[in-house]
Design a protein around this ligand. Structure first.
Ligand SMILES: Nc1ncnc2c1ncn2[C@@H]1O[C@H](COP(=O)(O)OP(=O)(O)OP(=O)(O)O)[C@@H](O)[C@H]1O
Ligand SMILES: [Mg+2]
Length: 317
């Protein structure tokens, strides 16, 4: 007899069977361990870097996209993985048409993005709308967020994206995560992370949540390379100087507390939100602005250290 819980299990199963036609996947692929499959597949990549945060909406995706673009504009081979299953945004920020319902089969090619960026998005799993993992079960009732079948579904979807895609030889792979500890935890269990970059504001609440995320990362052995302080000031038209936007000093204090570097402090610039909504790359169009320069410098730094530490842990030191 089926229970409500079984229904959710079936929902999670269906997500994968829908996206993987029967017979399309080598059975041996299923037998090997998840982490081994992902590690094998990313073997040709230099550093694999995750962009994570405790709080949502702090700028992970827009930073990840612009870092990837700045690295690609320097002639390096870069892939970006949009690991946000519920609200993927990378393809739109790159000005690409979101893919719809591609079969996620062994050897699937990444999408071709601007400047040669290779793009892997959760949209490839089950199309753009509705989101790849629905929070409605078969009867249309809402399932609880954090439900174990949902979590298993999330993890399996990420494994599929990272193990079935033909990444090829790359200098850097950037993984843009959904917010929250669970997401980093799940990724760290399956992917050979060279570095985790945490994005936060400097508000007390964001910093408190980021502290918890740093502790979790230490506990699970995820290598935190440093922090990005986003929206650290506001440079308005006509202002003589950058004005504070968030309480200052809290994130710097957190970095000191854990001996981590603040990799960069990015100001608020309303053109960034406007550009990303239009699918225009800020580092391309506004390279000479303070924010553009900071993003490009950060990308250069990541690329340089990734090259030095190919295959090993990326460290900001
Ligand atoms: N420094 C900035 N200046 C202006 N706008 C910014 C800045 N950083 C982020 N934004 C804008 O804030 C919004 C949220 O950014 P983004 O989607 O990248 O956050 P996120 O952390 O990926 O969110 P989520 O947790 O939902 O994945 C976007 O509209 C983005 O363009
Ligand atoms: Mg995002």
């Amino acid at each position: 007899m089926l229970t409500a819980g079984d229904g959710r299990q079936i929902l999670a199963m269906r997500i994968f069977t829908d996206s993987a036609p029967r017979g399309a996947i080598d059975p041996a692929h299923e037998v090997r361990g998840e982490a081994a499959r992902v590690r094998d597949n990313l073997g040709g990549a230099g550093a694999v870097i995750a962009i994570a945060s405790a709080k949502g909406g702090v700028g992970k995706s827009v930073i990840a996209v612009n870092i990837a673009a700045a690295i690609a504009m320097r002639g390096r081979k870069v892939a970006i993985v949009d690991a946000d299953l519920n609200a993927p945004s990378v393809t739109r920020m790159l000005g690409m048409k979101p893919p719809r319902g591609l079969p996620m089969v062994e050897g699937i090619e990444p999408l071709a993005g601007p400047h040669g960026i290779r793009v892997v998005s959760s949209e490839m799993i089950a199309g753009g709308e509705p989101p790849p993992i629905s929070f409605l079960d078969d009867a249309g009732a809402e399932t609880a967020v954090g439900d174990s079948a949902q979590e298993a579904g999330y993890r399996e979807s990420i494994v599929r994206m990272l193990s079935l895609t033909r990444f090829g030889a790359l200098d850097v792979v950037i993984i843009d995560l959904a917010p929250g500890m669970d997401r980093l935890h799940q990724l760290a269990q399956i992917a050979p992370l060279g570095g985790v970059i945490l994005v936060s504001h400097s508000s007390e609440q964001a910093v408190a949540a980021t502290r918890t995320l740093i502790r979790l990362a230490a506990k699970i052995g995820a290598p935190v390379a440093g922090l990005i302080e986003n929206m650290s000031g506001f440079n308005c038209d006509g202002c003589r100087s950058v004005r504070p936007l968030m309480p200052e000093g809290n994130l710097a204090g957190l970095a000191t507390e854990f001996g981590l570097p603040v990799l960069t402090r990015l100001p608020f610039d309303s053109r960034l939100a406007e550009a990303s909504d239009r699918g225009v790359l800020f580092v391309h169009q506004y390279e000479e602005t303070p924010l553009g320069k900071s993003l490009v410098k950060l990308a250069q730094d990541i690329e340089r250290k990734a090259a030095l530490t190919r295959g090993a842990t990326y460290s900001a030191a």
